[in-house]
Design a protein. Structure first.
Length: 296
């Protein structure tokens, strides 16, 4: 799978013009992806799906995805409808990141369900089944589950291209589900999953093989927070550290993540709404990383 590069942006309501500027910079610089974070319970955030629509309308090439959509607060039937519509409007530039909700207290405070363990896992599995069923036009949607049931409607509309479903997760059973049924893994930030635990990709590989799937077809998105600096700082990220280093050092870290941990998609989390950092990542880090990855 060819390496992809992108950025992640928080949909801060007081800075929506800056959010659009960041997406435009990613588009102009030839990046592949823009992720919009989805934490509806955050009072400072606007609605991620509305922001994605605005970014898709403003850009012409880059793909957008929610990183990741909060399933407990967005029913899978409506997510399917929104995703297909975004994809049709943009000519196939939408992908779907999906998760069980990062902050349970915030989900419950907004009136969402309190799901843990098996119920959360069942919800994401059933949600994926409903979403994919709705994308099959001309076929009835019939998914009867413990967390979601959708029956009595027909599938449609179909998206413009085959939308991938990437799960944001970190538990062992969730990683098994990714290997068994999802199209990709959105790895959490290092403060949730420290750098030394990122080889969890091996569990996804094992689950994929157990379900007769080629692990290489499952995307692996690494979240890379930090700063692209002007000078070498000799970073060796461990624990929860962000990356602070030169373009060459950033490229070396990306290559290590690809070679040693199996990642193929690298999503930069710049500090604030810093277009200059997006440009530095796209112009300095990405070409070096691509060259090194081609040599692997």
């Amino acid at each position: 799978m060819k390496a992809r590069f992108g950025i992640s942006i928080p949909p801060v309501a007081s800075a929506l013009p800056d959010v659009i500027d960041m997406a435009l910079a990613a588009d102009a610089e030839g990046l592949d992806l823009v992720g919009i974070q989805d934490h509806p319970y955050n009072a400072q955030f606007g609605d991620a799906f509305a922001v994605i629509g605005a970014c898709l309308a403003a850009t012409g090439r880059v793909s957008l995805y929610p990183g990741v959509a909060n399933l407990p607060l967005r029913t899978p039937a409506m997510i399917a409808k929104q995703a297909a519509t975004f994809d049709l409007l943009s000519g196939g530039r939408f992908e779907l990141g999906l998760g069980t909700g990062a902050f349970e207290s915030g989900v419950v405070a907004m009136g969402g369900p309190a799901r843990k363990g098996r119920s959360a896992l069942m919800a994401i599995a059933e949600g994926m089944a409903i979403i994919r069923a709705e994308w099959r036009t001309g076929q009835p949607v019939s998914v009867v589950g413990t967390e979601y049931t959708v029956q009595g409607i027909d599938g449609g509309p179909a998206p413009a291209h085959r939308i991938e479903i990437w799960l944001g997760a970190m538990g062992p059973h969730a990683l098994d589900l990714i290997g068994a049924a999802a199209d990709g893994w959105v790895a959490p930030l290092p403060n949730w999953l420290p750098w030394d635990q990122w080889p969890a990709n091996a569990r996804i590989d094992a689950a994929a093989r157990a379900h007769d799937r080629d692990p290489r077809t499952i995307a692996r998105l690494a979240a890379l927070p930090g700063v692209v600096s002007d000078r070498a700082l000799h970073p060796d990220p461990h624990g929860t550290d962000p990356i602070h280093g030169s373009p060459e050092e950033w490229a070396e870290i990306i290559v290590r993540l690809a070679r040693d941990a199996g990642f193929d998609t690298f999503v930069y989390w710049p500090p604030g709404f810093d277009v200059d950092q997006v440009q530095r990542f796209a112009r300095l880090v990405v070409p070096l990383a691509r060259k090194l990855l081609d040599d692997l």
